[in-house]
Every structure is written in C-alpha cells, then in structure tokens.
Design a protein around this ligand. Structure first.
Ligand code: GTR
Length: 394
C-alpha cells in the first residue's frame, strides 16, 4: 500500500500554472534603486549585471588578452536566393591551460566591404554544427534564413554552443571552463557563483564581436545578438554583459530569459534547475520555490540593455515560456528606459496573437503558434534592428 502510494506520488505530473488568475501577488525588486538621473544609470546598470552574475548565471572568465582570427570563404549562390559569402572564422586565444579555439560561420551579403560594412545578426545556436551550416528551409527549431537577411543587406553569424560549452550537464565544463580551470574536476565542486553554460555561450558570442571589431566588412557598431529558447536566455544575458551588442533579442526564451520568475507561470525556477542544472550558477538553486527572495527578476535584465535596444519575441501557444511574463519584463524595465528618454510601455499594450508593439528602444511580438524560431519572427527582428540602427544613426 505504502509502495503504491509512493509510486503514485512519483508518477504524478508536477503541477505548473497556466492560469493567469492563479499568478501570485508579487513585488519586483526596483530597477533604479538610488539612481534617479541619467548620469547615475551606468553605475546602477553595473550593479544589476553583478547581481545576475552572482545569483543567476555565474561569473565568466576574463576576456582573453590577445586573440587571433583565421578565415576561409566560399561564394554561394542558391537558386532564387541572393549570392552570399560563407565565411568560416576560427577564433583562437590563449587560456591558462594553453591555446583554445572556437568556430563561427558568417554569411555576408554580396558587396559588403570596408566602404559598406554589413550590420550583423549574431545567432547563438544549439543545433549541432552541419554542412551546409545554415539551411534554406524552416524545419529547424532555431532556423536561420540567411537569404532574406542577406537581401536586407545584413550578415548573419552562427555561434555554436558546443564549441564553448556542450549543452549537457555532464560535459558543459569540459571545454572553455576547463581551459580556464573553472571545471568541476579542477575545482572539486562548483562555487555558488560558478559560471553556467548560458554565460559561457554568451562569452563565446562576445569573442565573435571581437572579430567584428577588426573585420573591415562587418559593422561592429551595428551588431545584434539573438537566440531561441535556451539560446534566447543566453542572448539576453550576453547582451546585458557586453554593451557592444547594440540590439538584443530573445525568441521564446521563457524562464531564466525574458519571463518574470516571480509569476511562476509555466516553467519555474525549481523546474529549470532540476532539468538543466548546468545552465545557471549553483546559487540560483537557492531560489527554487523561493522566487521572492531573488535580488533580481528578469525585468532588470531587460533594463540592463538601456540605453540600447531590446526585444522579446513570444509565441501564443508557448505557455511554458510565459508570453505575458516576457512582455511584462519589458514593461517593468520602464524606469531605466524612461531615464534614457524613451516612452513608457503599459501592460495594456500587450498585443493579441499576430501583433507587434514597438516603443522607443523596446519591441515585442506575439507570433500565433508554438515554441520555435520562424520566418515570421526573423522578419520582425530584421525590421526592429534596422529601424533601431537607423534611429541611432539619425
Ligand atoms: C525546455 C526548457 C526551456 C527552454 C527549452 C529549449 O525544455 O524547459 O526553458 O529552454 O527547453 O531550450 O528548447
């Protein structure tokens, strides 16, 4: 009898909330704290980044002192698509345990040059590396339509998570983190603020930005970062840490990404820590079923992008990622964006499925459908980023 009861308890599906009426009351930590003027913002922003580092994502290695790049290119013309250059970039740097390298594939529009450098979309991608690296069709979960991106005059670069930190709880620290002596074998145990995989992926994306800064045909002032789902979480954190990314986008990133943790809608902190303990720092576990004790919530991550541009793409049937919680993060970032002179977003501005809202440097859309990165999403990201880059240039 006892055994049967225990079995039933184990087999019972965990309860997750999908009912707006059951979202608990919560109070968010303040975005500005003592800051109340634009000149106070850089310091407050730095405090926010530090809090996320200590409590959520973990401390990344320092940027390498010297870095070198090797490239090989081919011109590709697929029927019905614009001619592009596919460039494989090997990024190499010294680490405490010797040389380390990662690869990035860049697709450049024909005609990108020192006179006309191409703006860049940096996609953190967790689909295994393949050749051709980027497909023409839409079937993949983190699809990358390089044709339309090139047609818009932009380049797209793919950062492969596996090069820096395999997306696997046993092996995530076997590459970059091991090279820096931050792996469990070296340390014995992960420290409370130990670097998680999401932070390591973003760190790898910053090394690609190092490349953009010296590649004449890429425009380092106009580099966007984005990712889908787990890579969307990594993209927002990479964008918060590295202010060289001028536009920061997450697609269906949910818990630990754009969604407010205190809403406990769909995936929760306890659930994500159980399923993916390697994504975050160990201290994040102390907030399992204890979200109100977090010194941050994800609206502060959106705020950390100010005065740059930030976007969240949601999908109407992706309750697990809490589309409303993703929108509310942008809304609750109001104090930081208002300080930079942007208009306020209101909860009532949340669009219906199929709608987009852009105010100042913040954008959001709710694609009809489920958890995926689609052509629909990319079209909106292209439009938002190009508008932001144009506004910044005006
Ligand atoms: C899910 C996870 C989400 C999201 C997703 C993905 O299983 O619960 O947080 O990251 O995976 O990355 O596809």
């Amino acid at each position: 009898m006892l055994a049967a009861l225990l079995l039933a308890a184990v087999a019972a599906p965990q309860e997750f909330n999908y009912d707006e009426a059951k979202v608990p009351d919560y109070t968010l930590p303040p975005v500005l704290a003592e800051a109340d003027a634009p000149e106070d913002w850089p310091q407050r922003r730095a405090e926010i980044v530090k809090l996320f580092e200590q409590h959520v994502y973990g401390v990344t290695p320092p940027a390498p002192e010297s870095i070198a790049f090797e490239t090989s290119s081919e011109t590709v013309q697929w029927e019905g698509w614009p001619e592009v250059e596919w460039r494989d970039v090997t990024i190499a740097y010294e680490t405490p345990s010797g040389p380390f390298s990662q690869g990035v594939t860049v697709v450049l529009p024909a005609g990108a040059s020192a006179e006309k450098p191409a703006p860049v979309f940096t996609l953190i991608r967790y689909t295994p590396r393949s050749r051709p690296p980027i497909s023409k069709d839409e079937p993949e979960r983190d699809y990358c339509p390089w044709g339309p991106i090139a047609a818009a005059g932009c380049a797209v670069a793919v950062v492969y998570v596996d090069d820096v930190a395999p997306d696997d709880k046993e092996r995530f620290d076997s590459k970059l983190l091991k090279a820096y002596g931050l792996d469990r074998e070296t340390l014995g145990e992960r420290p409370a603020d130990g670097c998680g995989a999401l932070a390591a992926w973003g760190w790898g994306a910053s090394r690609f930005l190092d490349y953009c800064e010296q590649a004449e045909d890429l425009d380092a002032e106009r580099v966007a970062i984005l990712g889908h789902s787990r890579a969307g979480k990594a993209a927002w954190w990479a964008g918060a840490r590295d202010p060289r990314f001028s536009v920061v986008i997450s697609n269906n990133s949910g818990c630990g990404g754009a969604a407010l943790s205190r809403r406990r809608f769909g995936e929760t902190v306890a659930k994500i820590n159980d399923s993916f303990p390697h994504w975050f720092c160990p201290r994040f576990r102390t907030y399992d079923n204890n979200e109100d004790a977090l010194p941050v919530d994800q609206h502060m991550l959106a705020a950390a992008m100010a005065p740059r541009a930030v976007y969240a793409g949601s999908a109407s049937e992706d309750g697990w990622a809490d589309p409303r919680g993703e929108f509310l993060s942008l809304v609750e970032a109001n104090p930081a964006f208002a300080l930079c002179g942007d208009p306020r977003l209101a909860p009532e501005d949340m669009p219906e499925p199929g709608g987009v809202v852009t105010k100042g440097r913040r954008g959001y859309h709710l694609r009809p459908g489920g958890h995926s990165l689609k052509k629909y999403d990319w079209e909106r990201y292209l439009q938002f980023a190009t508008e932001q880059w144009k506004n910044a240039a005006d």
